[in-house]
Write a protein that binds this ligand. Structure first.
Ligand code: HEC
Ligand code: HEC
Length: 121
């Protein structure tokens, strides 16, 4: 009787383990929902990501990896933290235009470079 109960308990335990959803983390696969968005809209943030590469001229500077670790939710790279501050800055600038339209983008300043010029060459 004791053995039977124990067996039932063990199999229940195993079932619970199997039924658990996979632990979070993994490899940060492309289809995993974003975990660390602080300024962008989860519904369309990936469109914004794609604009960053040409706007800052990152094609030969690692592309997405200029800002991202393999786990894209990580804030370890200072470039990503800087980019988030830039997104907030650009939103704020655009909110000051009387027509409410988006006039200023990353490209307005960056022009395909990571370090915008502040004076003519
Ligand atoms: C110039 C820097 C920069 C580049 C280049 C960039 N990203 Fe991002 N990415 C960010 C920032 C900043 C955030 C966080 C935005 C926020 O806080 O709302 C982010 C967030 C993400 C997230 C959400 C991660 C999570 O779980 O929170 C994914 C996925 C992502 N980026 C993919 C990409 C891909 C794919 C590319 C290349 C096409 C790319 N990024 C290029 C700056 C960058
Ligand atoms: C109003 C002009 C302006 C706009 C608009 C702008 N930036 Fe910047 N950005 C700068 C300047 C100037 C620097 C250099 C700051 C410095 O000297 O450290 C910079 C630096 C950066 C850096 C650091 C580059 C490096 O090599 O360390 C990143 C990343 C960045 N910007 C991302 C963005 C993104 C993404 C956007 C659009 C959301 C954006 N910026 C829009 C002016 C701008």
């Amino acid at each position: 009787m004791r053995t039977l109960l124990l067996a039932a308990f063990v199999s229940l335990g195993t079932f619970a383990l199997v039924a658990q959803p996979p632990a979070g983390g993994g490899k940060g696969g492309a289809k995993a929902p974003p975990k660390n968005l602080k300024v962008l809209d989860p519904a369309n943030f990936m469109d914004t990501m794609r604009t960053f590469v040409p706007a800052l001229g990152l094609a030969d500077k690692g592309g997405c990896n200029f800002c991202h670790e393999q786990d894209r939710s990580s804030d370890a790279k200072m470039e990503k933290v800087m980019a988030r501050m830039m997104i907030t800055m650009v939103k704020q600038i655009n909110s000051n235009f009387p027509d409410g339209k988006e006039h200023v983008t990353c490209y307005t300043c960056h022009r395909g470079s990571t370090m915008p010029l502040t004076a003519p060459q």
